[in-house]
Design a protein around this ligand. Structure first.
Ligand code: ADP
Ligand code: ZN
Length: 738
């Protein structure tokens, strides 16, 4: 079919209301209309759908669109029906979600030739009755959307995609257009081979997203870091990706506790709740959605200002897809990933249950992610290189490594050594293997090839294998080295590399960044723990002068109120104040053992004193505000609090939670000491003699020097049971001390 540019534009305007084509759209559409197989590599948001929708409307017959996502299908059909308003029968979908009557309607429209676009899931396409149906109609062309699903090297492999070619043969060949937003050379080659479209015209758009900033952060206190970041960007929409549902729930909860409106989204939630949470995010009812990767496919919120990966993604493609959901409106947006090598080890462990071949693929994809994260090179360059694209500039100006460039060195000698090694081996090997040889680290594989006997074995042993793998990665980006596509990951030296080897010239290389938790993790843990303890004021980490002033104030105030000093604030609370310098009641609430009630009741003079002290001494308060943590075992606590409100007996509560009575008391004490008041009088009245209550209460009010239970037991003697003491102590803390 021949169609001129003007007519095509008119159709675009008529059906979709757009004035001009985006990017390669017109050339792609023209190619397909001319009956040629077409392969489209275009990043998400580039406008792929139109590349098959418009030809479908223009060409005689029905276009069969194969797409893996049932939910998206309905959405796409709705969208196209919205555009092409005059005919609702023009687009249909066939998948397992349809009832019998609906299927009949679709078949009717297809057979009568009304349907121009028929979306099918690959499972439905392979069904005999659907094959029969399609054999009876004229298929204008086949569109294979999300075509990377064909390759096990893509991030979303679907085995049923492998059967598409055979089914197309059965129904009858027509031009094929394959579309994907994944463009690694390996995936591209798999798609073309599998669909039998090696001769297809390939249209590849740039995958560069200039408005996205890419950064990798060390995963140390990521929660705190995230909360700080989000608070610095008030009113901005963002997505946080975590790998586990549990983490999703935890972080959504933590954000809310810290005053950030967030909702969870993962496959474990009821479909209705999921849809609701997604809607509330789209409607900007909440700012942040915390999600597993299940979120975001096909959602088209243009103003997502940040995408945070709390956990490292399993592949670079996954990373690219997920970060790609930021900044669809082309405004500057941030992509931040928290990285720790421990997470990688965890992911490797998860893989162990899988079939060996799949494990091997998974491990390699993961290692690419590690190399990306640890690299000191421009992230944009690395990402684009991964998709077989060159980024010309030296400094992209919008990634952490370009904004904070590291020192470089002339890596000519090092690169020569790498090339010499590769050229000296008759077979090709992967990065890991080569870098271990150079560093002189033997392992089973190296021994089995006798590579520990090579003259270059250990020739670079003054550096680690990580150093060598960084050199190799940079050789790839410079195209001195290349990966074989077929075998994925085996390295060879390019012509350019051989030329460099013959006539070496200066090349600037950088070493990789060193992250926490690489190598000696245990030490790191101890260190962090020690810092944490100091921060909590475990003995004078704070401002000693201020602490002394706070203690004086506490004593004077207690005196005035006729209360024991510790009843106002315990020592840990004062120590926290001397570290954190809270100057508002809200901030005071962040100190240990200071509930809201207590902050209001006694806090005023303390924050006044601290404010004055901070001003007088020109103290820079820690920028870090205190991140409130989710109460541990929150559900259990909420259950206890509401049960006490309903005046249930403590024995029943303990039984309902499967706890010992003493455990329940521990929980109750924890609840009370964090500032929540519990009224246990209904239970105490029934369980403890009135005189006993009075005696114990008086002890805490008049004699005690701390709220210690042990001290009370000792002072009160054997006439009083521990349980009685603990109960009355709680009563005292709730009625007097908070
Ligand atoms: P992809 O499938 O590549 O992620 P879509 O097909 O969903 O991209 O298109 C992305 C957005 O671009 C959609 O909102 C679509 O309506 C819009 N779009 C597509 N083509 C054009 C065009 N020629 N002019 C203006 N907007 C377009
Ligand atoms: Zn950069």
């Amino acid at each position: 079919m021949d169609i001129d540019s003007l007519t095509l534009r008119a159709k675009l305007k008529h059906f979709f209301g757009f004035d001009s084509f985006k990017g390669d759209q017109e050339r792609i559409i023209r190619n397909l209309i001319e009956g040629k197989d077409t392969f489209v590599l275009m990043p998400t948001g580039g406008g792929k759908s139109l590349c098959f929708q418009l030809p479908a409307l223009v060409l005689p017959g029905t276009a069969v669109v194969i797409s893996p996502l049932i939910a998206l299908m309905k959405n796409q059909v709705d969208v196209i029906r919205g555009f092409v308003s005059e005919e609702t029968g023009i687009a249909h979908f066939l998948n397992s979600s349809l009832g019998k009557a609906q299927i009949q309607e679709v078949r009717g429209d297809v057979l009568s030739g009304v349907t121009k676009l028929l979306y099918v899931a690959p499972e439905s396409l392979t069904k005999e009755e659907n094959v029969e149906l399609l054999r009876e109609v004229k298929v204008s062309f086949y569109a294979v959307d999300e075509a990377h699903c064909i390759s096990e090297w893509g991030h979303d492999f679907r085995p049923e995609y492998r059967r598409i070619r055979n089914i197309i043969q059965e129904i009858g060949r027509a031009p094929i257009i394959a579309l994907t937003a994944t463009a690694t050379p390996k995936v591209q080659s798999d798609i073309q081979k599998n669909l039998g479209i090696l001769d297809a015209t390939v249209f590849k758009s740039s995958f560069n997203r200039p408005n996205l900033f890419y950064g990798i952060r060390d995963k140390v206190e990521p929660e705190k870091d995230m909360i700080r970041y989000i608070k610095q960007h008030p009113g901005c929409s963002g997505i946080i990706y975590c790998l586990s549902r549990k983490k999703v729930e935890e972080i959504a909860n933590l954000l809310n506790i810290n005053g950030i409106k967030a909702l969870p989204y993962h496959a474990g939630l009821d479909a209705k709740v999921r849809a609701e949470n997604q809607d509330r995010f789209l409607m900007e009812d909440v700012d942040v959605i915390v999600a597993t990767i299940a979120f975001g496919m096909g959602i088209d919120k243009p103003d997502v200002r940040f995408v945070i990966h709390y956990d490292i993604p399993k592949s670079i493609e996954g990373y690219y897809q997920e970060t790609g959901r930021a900044g669809r409106d082309d405004k500057p947006s941030d992509c931040i990933t928290y990285y720790s090598y421990k997470d990688i080890q965890k992911l490797e462990k998860f893989m162990q249950g899988k079939p060996v071949a799949e494990q091997e693929i998974g491990r390699q994809l993961l290692m690419e992610t590690v190399a990306y994260a640890e690299s000191n090179q421009c992230r944009r360059k690395l990402l684009l290189n991964y998709f077989g694209e060159d980024y010309p500039a030296d400094n992209c100006g919008a990634c952490d490594n370009c904004l904070n460039p590291r020192k470089t060195f002339d890596g000519r000698k090092e690169m020569m050594l790498v090339i010499r090694l590769i050229l000296s081996l008759p077979e090709h090997f992967k990065i890991d293997h080569l870098s271990h040889i150079l560093a002189g680290d033997s392992n089973a594989m190296i021994k089995s090839y006798h590579h520990d006997k090579l003259p270059v074995f250990g020739a670079g042993r003054d550096h680690t294998d990580r150093f060598w793998s960084a050199v190799i990665h940079q050789g790839l980006v410079m195209h001195l080295l290349e990966k074989e596509i077929e075998t994925y990951g085996l390295l060879y030296v390019t012509e350019k590399g051989k030329e460099f080897y013959r006539h070496p010239y200066e090349i600037r290389l950088v070493e990789d960044r060193v992250f926490q938790g690489r190598g000696s993790d245990d030490e790191d843990d101890e260190e962090t723990a020690a810092v944490g303890a100091a921060m909590r004021g475990g003995g004078g980490g704070g401002d000693a002068q201020l602490l002394a002033m706070l203690k004086d104030l506490r004593r004077d105030l207690a005196h005035k109120l006729g209360l024991q000093p510790w009843i106002l604030f315990g020592d840990p609370a004062l120590e926290d104040m001397s570290i954190l310098y809270p100057v508002t009641l809200e901030e005071l609430h962040g100190c240990q053992g200071v509930g809201e009630g207590k902050a209001k009741k006694f806090g005023g003079p303390f924050v006044d004193l601290i404010r004055k002290y901070v001003e007088d001494n020109e103290i820079e308060r820690p920028e870090d505000f205190v991140v409130k943590s989710a109460p541990s075992k929150a559900a259990s606590k909420i259950f206890i609090i509401s049960s006490v409100d309903r005046r249930l007996s403590l024995d029943d509560i303990a039984e309902a939670r499967g706890m010992e009575m003493s455990e329940l008391m521990d929980e109750i004490e924890a609840i009370v000491s964090s500032g929540t008041k519990l009224d246990l009088n209904y239970y105490i009245r029934q369980e403890v003699d009135e005189d006993v209550v009075d005696d114990i209460f008086a002890y805490f009010r008049d004699e005690a020097t701390s709220d210690s239970v042990e001290a009370a037991i000792e002072a009160l003697g054997p006439d009083y049971e521990e349980m009685e003491i603990r109960l009355v102590r709680i009563k005292f803390l709730c009625e007097v001390a908070s």
